[in-house]
Design a protein around this ligand. Structure first.
Ligand code: ATP
Length: 235
């Protein structure tokens, strides 16, 4: 579904990614793990087209999208949930959900989730649909951010640390949601520092250090090395 080859990225003179190559297959959940500053967010922003100081190639659903801008990538089914979640504080949950035009991409494209499907998957959002974004807890905001991208018909969700700062109970709920999203046929690439959680929800993991993928692991390997990884990540 996604193939990245030789991706390098810069902020001015400073190089943030070095020759990153990776593949995400349809229906998988893949995580990016790494210390602060390793380049995880830059990698996701390169995939969305938001970071432009980059070289290398990005192929999505068999098409070379390297030269396409963020809007065109989104219309092909690349959804981005940024780490600040981007919830509009003064709008209600339902208004937030109705904001992005849930229109299909050119040539049919991915299937946008109607509101009732969103409420089925996220019952908490249905309960809170008249609340303003500002009144939501961190977990509810994360659910809203995920739901809003699914409304656009995303086929691949790029999520920047969806569990950051959330309590264990809410982290478990986010895990259930990601599994449901996967069951619905949506592929996920997420930044995740909670390696214990990552091994319960994902299929494969890539460890980034200083802008490179230095190791790729399956769940058994992550579980076997959990304490070593947590120590390395400084958690
Ligand atoms: P974190 O979890 O702290 O966000 P990360 O792994 O996502 O870490 P990035 O945010 O991608 O890492 O940062 C990679 C490198 O690029 C770091 O050295 C960082 O200082 C640098 N960097 C990130 N954003 C900018 C920016 N806007 N201008 C200059 N340098 C930046």
């Amino acid at each position: 579904m996604l193939r990245v080859d030789g991706l390098s990225a810069w902020y001015g003179e400073a190089q943030a990614l070095r020759d990153v190559s990776l593949r995400v297959d349809e229906g998988e959940i893949v995580t990016l793990v790494g210390r602060n500053g390793a380049g995880k967010t830059t990698l996701l922003r390169c995939l969305t087209g938001l970071h432009t100081g980059a070289s290398g190639t990005i192929e999505f659903l068999g098409e070379d999208i390297t030269a396409l801008g963020p809007h065109k990538r989104a219309r092909r089914g690349l959804g981005y949930v940024p780490d600040d979640r981007g919830v509009f504080a003064t709008l209600s949950v339902e208004e937030n959900l109705l904001l992005p035009p849930a229109r299909p991409a050119k040539g049919g494209g991915p299937e946008a989730w109607p509101l009732d499907r969103v409420y089925e998957t996220f019952p908490r959002l249905k309960e809170r649909r008249r609340f303003s974004g500002a009144k939501l807890s961190g977990g509810e905001q994360q659910m809203l951010a995920l739901a809003r991208v699914l409304r656009t018909g995303a086929r691949l969700l790029l999520c920047d640390e969806p569990t950051e700062g959330l309590s264990p109970l809410i982290v478990a709920q986010i895990g259930d949601i990601l599994r449901e999203v996967k069951a619905a046929g949506v592929t996920v690439l997420l930044i995740e520092q909670n390696v214990h959680f990552a091994a319960t929800v994902a299929d494969r993991h890539h460890l980034l250090a200083e802008g490179r993928i230095v190791q790729s692991m399956d769940n058994d390997e992550v579980r076997a090395r959990e304490s070593e990884l947590l120590q390395y990540l400084g958690i």
